[in-house]
Design a protein around this ligand. Sequence first.
Ligand code: FPP
Length: 280
Amino acid sequence: MLTLSGKEGDRGLAIVKAIELLKTKQREEARLLEQLDTSRFPQHIAIIMDGNGRWAQRRRLPRIAGHRAGVASARQVIESCARLGIRALTLYAFSLENWRRPKTEIEFLMRLLREYLRKELPIIHKNNIRLSVIGRAEELPAGVREDIERGMALTSSNSGMRLVVALNYGARTELVDAFNAVLEETRAHATNGELARLRVTEQMISDHLYTAGLPDPDLLIRTSGEQRVSNFLLWQIAYAEIHVTSVLWPDFNRARLLEALLDFQSRERRYGGIQPPPSN
Ligand code: FPP
């Protein structure tokens, strides 16, 4: 048997520990995967990624370290959802309210987003993922807008998972924008009489939301234990199952995602009726 001494021994031990950890993680993921019914995955998962700041605070690190670790979680979740064949994944990355944060944190978040887009775009594209952004993107810094536009243009013909990043997003503002878009469209094409008789329908609203064309989220995940929807996709989550986990976003990994899927599959979805609708 090979024995290592001193520094070499310490490194050897660290490698053995890392391998063990990897095996444990893989075992946990395999156990969770085995319990999942692959024919009953949600079509659209929406995630409120919360707890980056607290994760950093607990480690006596600056808040930005939590955001950096949060990007690693986002990367893992995006890749896992694409592999599982989820149709759409929406990540709440920056809300309209987030402008209230210190300027340095906002600038760091914008830089991080640009860094992510630049580094990950080739991988996103290679995985046939189509990127889109929801929110008032026109109010974002020019550099961020350019990177987003480049990403959306490159991936626009991809037929795999839709990755939707909510940036400068607020659900009430989305509804205001949708109603105004309905009005503008009607004003442009209708006669005065038709305009006076205009009645808004649910379909008209859905068709003018930022998410038009996407299925509504059927699973909403929120990390860090907060039980709020925080102005996120208020219209679209009408029938979504909500999974709240106390895990902080930087600790949310593939196994935690699989747990959320298991939780989703344990729910009986009745849409206000008395039994689940027949599956088509
Ligand atoms: C909330 O943590 C998280 C955010 C403000 C969003 C930032 C998200 C990321 C950096 C993930 C990256 C996403 C993509 C798409 C690359 P918080 O700061 O509110 O945490 P706290 O409540 O503990 O303070």
